[in-house]
Design a protein around this ligand. Structure first.
Ligand SMILES: [Fe+2]
Ligand SMILES: [Fe+2]
Length: 336
């Protein structure tokens, strides 16, 4: 998933700032491209605010992908069968790959990967609130696939049409992989629901714990989402947070029925007039608490990420040394 459009302070300023005739022409060309739904590419001129918004959104998305490896990575060594272990390994590797595509997309906007990672490791940058909840049982892994990846798909399909070319193209491949993630989660849960009473109770317990945090993945309500109007005008965001949330609720009710689980919201009822399911108000205080660092697992997630980065220092050093050696071989005179 994982684009909650939250502010990431401290990004450096780049690009043109003077309001001259040249800039007016460039702005007009940019506006025309947006109006005709054409893609903006890395070498094209773009307004500074557009660039900064994309860097913030793409990097939050990348951070969410790599932090999102942790809750499920926790279960790789405890998967109940060889088949489930192989599937989970592939899925967690996919999430790492999604992070890498997205950091690369952010780098095309003149953002350095070191600076982005520093934002994450220092706690300044945000990532999706959902990954700060614990995975207590094997059923949680299935529910993450079904609901968390399911919500991610809902959020990310419109991003395949995002106005910024590298982000849109990364999302096409990511969405294909998210679709596999969602299906493997549903399949794992279906097996458990066809199993013992204890397995069914485990699935229901996991659904009860994840349902509301998953609905919060779509971000704050439209009325409180300050950046949305501009990001929609720029063709970055295509569908509002509340509309995406509603689409997700409507799609998921039928899937829950097939599985045989109860979604834990007594307010979840079909509204004939609206042609949608109604659902109970969400606890936005909890959302902001978790986003701002005080969820059940925030400290653990960040500490694990920082340790992984530090433990990987030798890989970065070796890669740099190898690149320097190759450069020296390619042009010995210059290197000397
Ligand atoms: Fe992903
Ligand atoms: Fe995924």
């Amino acid at each position: 998933m994982y684009t909650q459009s939250l502010d990431l302070p401290g990004q450096p300023q780049h690009g043109p700032t003077s309001a001259n005739a040249d800039q007016a022409a460039r702005q007009a060309a940019f506006d025309a491209r947006i109006a005709e739904d054409a893609k903006i590419e890395p070498m094209d001129w773009m307004p500074e605010a557009y660039r900064k918004t994309l860097v913030r959104q793409i990097s939050q998305h990348a951070h969410s992908e790599i932090i999102g490896m942790q809750p499920e990575g926790n279960w790789i060594s405890r998967a109940p069968s060889l088949k489930r272990k192989a599937i989970l390994l592939a899925k967690v590797q996919d999430e790492g790959g999604h992070g890498l595509y997205l950091y690369s997309a952010a780098e095309t906007l003149d953002a350095s990967r070191d600076a982005l990672l520093d934002g994450l490791h220092s706690g300044r940058a945000k990532y999706s609130s959902i990954f700060n909840y614990p995975t207590l049982t094997w059923a949680d892994v299935g529910v993450i696939g079904w609901l968390v990846d399911g919500a991610a798909i809902m959020n990310q399909i419109p991003l395949c049409r995002c106005s910024y070319g590298p982000y849109a193209r990364a999302m096409i491949r990511i969405c294909k992989e998210e679709s596999f993630h969602q299906r493997q989660g549903f399949d794992a849960l279906l097996s458990m629901m066809r199993g013992t009473e204890a397995q069914r109770a485990m699935v229901q317990d996991a659904v009860d714990r994840w349902w509301f945090p998953v609905l919060m993945m779509f971000g704050p309500p439209d009325a409180a989402s300050t950046n949305s109007t501009q990001t929609m005008a720029w063709g970055i965001k295509r569908i509002s947070n509340d509309d995406l949330r509603q689409k997700f609720v409507d799609a998921t009710v039928e899937q829950a029925r097939v599985l045989g689980v109860t979604l834990p919201d007594p307010g979840l009822v079909w509204n004939d007039e609206r042609g949608h399911y109604d659902y109970s108000p969400l606890d936005w205080e909890e959302f902001w608490r978790v986003i701002n660092g005080d969820g059940p697992c925030n400290r653990e997630r960040l500490a694990t990420r920082v340790k992984a980065h530090e433990d990987g220092a030798w890989v970065r050093e070796a890669a740099l040394a190898h690149a320097e050696k190759r450069a020296r071989r390619a042009s010995p005179a210059k290197a000397a």
